[in-house]
Design a protein around this ligand. Structure first.
Ligand SMILES: Nc1nc2c(c(=O)[nH]1)N[C@H]1C(S)=C(S)[C@@H](COP(=O)(O)O)O[C@H]1N2
Ligand SMILES: [Mo]
Length: 315
């Protein structure tokens, strides 16, 4: 079995587009290409990554790592925010294969080793959960479009469907008496959203291999959408002609739409989406509460994808 290699982060691999995405996104001053431990760790415990320079970042302070890795949603490990960190210890994220199929010219099963061998970038993104909390996360990953290019989507492909692993023996949320969601967890994007350069597959975070609770070994990150679109521990990606089902829409269609774009003007039926609580800033009496931005602050980059659409109807 090939040794698992953690993602390679190379600060020189940044695409020019990545640099001018947002006035508030800038190339980190430090440079030098770098990275990652070249000697692979053991299969069960891959070596932690080391890196120096961030590649694409924001002028906002990243959320403390301990908050981002201990306050999670990953219902396969339980519904409490501490459950994923507490109960994902037995989960084995390698060996791992991601099947990419459907309406593509070249369907392929990608070993995780092939995916982390693609040039990895650091992207510091604002993340906004539908539950009205937010974080700033330094992801390590690569554009989803780089993977789609390899399988050559057919002209008939209009959507991309994603699926999480089902492994009840290692995921207590899938084996208990109370099953909070139907499995597998599924998600979807329109093909143009999937190809947008801000959309990445993350293989690491805080310069290290992705911890189990954050979606090891590979998860989706779409920073202008609510967090539930960021499906974790992906085993299958399929190109489709029709809009794929999505887990939260299946469980409560009137509360969670397919698009799930962050939108302070469209409230969730049970709470306002106008403001958010920034996790990890401490503060009290609302000190860490801030206004939610349209498309989570990425409107300049993505609003054009939805030109002419009624975003209150297509929520
Ligand atoms: N498979 C799977 N993916 C998932 C979830 C889940 O329960 N299962 N929760 C989603 C939700 S609601 C959020 S907010 C993000 C949280 O990601 P984080 O824990 O890395 O911050 O993961 C998303 N991806
Ligand atoms: Mo979420």
């Amino acid at each position: 079995m090939p040794a698992y290699r953690p993602p390679r982060i190379n600060a020189t691999e940044i695409t020019p587009e990545a640099v001018f995405f947002n006035r508030r996104i800038f190339l980190a001053a430090a440079a030098g290409s770098l990275v990652a431990t070249s000697s692979a760790g053991a299969l069960a415990a891959p070596a932690a990554l080391t890196y120096k320079a961030g590649a694409v970042t924001l002028d906002e302070t990243p959320t403390p790592e301990k908050d981002a890795t201990n306050y999670n949603n990953f219902y396969e490990f339980g519904t409490g925010k501490g459950d994923p960190a507490a109960y994902s210890g037995d989960f084995k994220p390698h060996p791992w294969t991601v099947k990419v199929d459907g309406l593509v010219a070249r369907p392929k099963d990608f070993a995780i080793e092939d995916l982390v061998a693609l040039p990895q970038e650091e992207r510091v993104y604002r993340m906004r959960c539908v539950e009205a909390w937010s974080m700033v996360i330094p992801w390590v990953g690569f554009p989803l479009s780089a993977l789609l290019d390899q399988v050559e989507p057919l002209g008939s492909a209009k959507y991309v469907a994603f699926e999480t692993i089902v492994r009840p023996a290692e995921m207590p949320g899938q084996s208990g008496i109370f099953q909070p969601l139907p499995w597998p967890y599924v998600e979807g994007l329109r093909l143009d959203e999937a190809r947008h350069p801000l959309t990445i597959l993350a293989t690491g975070v805080y310069g290290k291999t992705l911890p189990n609770q954050n979606g090891a070994p590979i998860r989706l990150v779409v920073p202008w959408k609510y967090g539930f679109k960021g499906i974790k521990s992906i085993v299958r990606i399929s190109l489709t002609e029709t809009q794929p089902p999505t887990t939260w829409n299946l469980s409560a269609a009137h509360e969670y739409g397919f698009f799930a774009n962050v939108n302070p003007a469209v409230d969730h039926p049970r709470w306002s989406q106008a403001t958010e609580n920034r996790i990890g800033e401490g503060g009290f009496f609302g000190a860490n509460r801030r206004d939610t931005l349209p498309f989570n602050g990425y409107a300049d980059e993505v609003a054009s994808l939805y030109a002419g659409m009624d975003l209150a109807k297509n929520f």
